[in-house]
Write a protein that binds this ligand. Sequence first.
Ligand code: BGC
Length: 412
Amino acid sequence: MKLIPFLLAASMLASPAIATELEVIHWWTSGGEAKSVDSLKSMFKKTGHTWKDSKIIGGGGANANKAIKQRVSSGNAPGVVQLKSTSLPQWGTLGALQDVDKAAANQGWDKILPKKVLESLKYNNKFVSAPVNVHRINWMWMSKKVLDKSGAKVPTSIPELFSTLDKIKKAGFTPIAHGGQPWQDATLFEEILLGVGGADLYNKVLVDLDSSAAKSPKMLEVFKTLRKISTYLPKDRKGLDWDKATKLIIDNKAGMQFMGDWAKGEFMTKNLVPGKDFICAPAPGTDKAFIYTIDAFAFFKTKGDKAVAAQNKLAETIMTKEFQNEFNKRKGSIPVRTDMDMSGFDSCAKQSADTFRSSDKSNTLVPSFAHGNAQSSDVQGPIVEIVSVFINSNMSPKEGVAKLADTLEEFE
Ligand code: BGC
């Protein structure tokens, strides 16, 4: 082949008809998160388009959500936004979302994604969002060294939890690593609610917003357990980021952290091995259940139609097996595609994938309230606030129950 036509052909392969810059707002800024999003950036760049990175610091995404509101209301929406499913209608009703039906049809998303997930990606029956993963929230992350030095074992029930915490405390370590931000309190709350009350109570309270279930004796037990747990939290936690709390486990200064499996992404950046250097175990009483959150990128209409081809390319990149494999190994989550080979994943991810499937069959697969898969932000906000005030004050469990039930009544 002559050189010029060859070069021409090669450059046509690498660059699309119109190379476009796509601005992407996301909140992945911790060590493990940044490494994960890098894999998406570089795979997307291979399609010939460019990625304009707009990262907004703040675990759980509350700051990013504020930024999006500003950008959309000033008529300057970015093309892509990291967004949880319950936020889609808010933007859909404003006509702000762009569909990527072309990508979904090209790759047959209907055949490779779980039913529950498919519905959460649509607005008005059109795919407006592409999912990257499934995170499991109901985990404890533990330092193997701290457990061994304290003569403590991995707790599988609430009474065992307290005996482990006492041993860790007695040995001079911080029992629970926990950051002081409302979303982290809400994460702890939903793990304990599931462990004490089961999936049924979890769904009644956090999904159906049933105020009579919130007043039940079981719910009082949840608040009593939380109150007791709060006495093991570090006193100097106010404002502490979640990844700084994970670092206390990595450095063998604290015993355990209740957190979703993005925490594993932090252990991975230090090449630590589950089972050997750290332990992942389901939060007490939740081994057969699964609180899920799904990270997804939603597509927004931008000025002119220039971005649509690039948006479809990004959606397709996200759904490739290659991306789902590389990204999720870094992020700590599991692939959202149902047809992936899990053999190269670590033991925590394999356990997560098994429980994701089995919990769906036994109706113990529940959406995360703290991470935006159960309620829209206007409902989520006031409940998170009650939980966080409860954990960080001397409010009695009875009062906590009453406040929660009152708030649920407002939404019924
Ligand atoms: C997201 C994770 C993220 C975590 C901490 C969660 O809501 O699903 O992807 O790592 O927040 O920022």
